[in-house]
Design a protein. Structure first.
Length: 175
């Protein structure tokens, strides 16, 4: 599926003590201080936010990667953050909306951008419905738009492969 490069690609010295690392594609270990670093996919929390009419909220990305393409609201988890807390936080930051998180939809792997150094991601999707807030595009989003399930943007206007796959699953459930 993907050609692994790994999060640790290019690491030569321990970030804790500066000693030379012993590494392979999956991990790097420091023989001096004993630290071990693993190459893991970076987790994200994303939502299929729908309104009372069954329309889906998408945002147009404000920055790279995939600037100008449509994406689901969501983003990266902060270290130690609960995924549902991250989802609510990201939705407030990007859309101004407070949501009630619903059912878990699925998990999809991808890369955050193009090229061999693009980090791998683990993208977690939930359904959500709006509870309140004032809708506004902010943070990583230039524009927000509500789409009927049968009028979603074509795949070549969607930001990431994982979003396309997740939207296909969502669309099949709402056809």
């Amino acid at each position: 599926m993907f050609q692994p490069v790994g999060l640790l690609h290019g690491w030569k010295h321990c970030p804790r003590c500066g000693a030379a690392l012993e590494s392979d594609p999956e991990r790097a270990a420091c023989p001096a201080c004993g630290s071990v670093f693993w190459a893991n996919s970076q987790p994200t929390a994303c939502a299929f936010v729908t309104d009372a009419d069954g329309r889906l909220l998408l945002g147009r990305r404000a920055g790279e990667p995939w600037r100008g393409y449509w994406d689901t609201p969501g983003g990266f988890l902060e270290e130690g953050e609960d995924p549902l807390d991250a989802l609510r936080r990201e939705l407030r930051e990007e859309t101004g909306l407070e949501v009630e998180v619903g059912a878990f939809v699925g998990a999809f792997t991808d890369r955050y951008g193009n090229g061999p150094d693009a980090p791998f991601t683990l993208n977690l999707y939930w359904t959500a419905r709006v509870l309140g807030g004032e809708e506004r595009a902010a943070d990583d989003v230039d524009e927000l738009r509500w789409f009927d399930p049968d009028e979603l943007p074509p795949d070549d206007e969607i930001a990431f492969e994982n979003v396309t796959r997740a939207l296909t699953l969502w669309r099949n459930e709402h056809a």
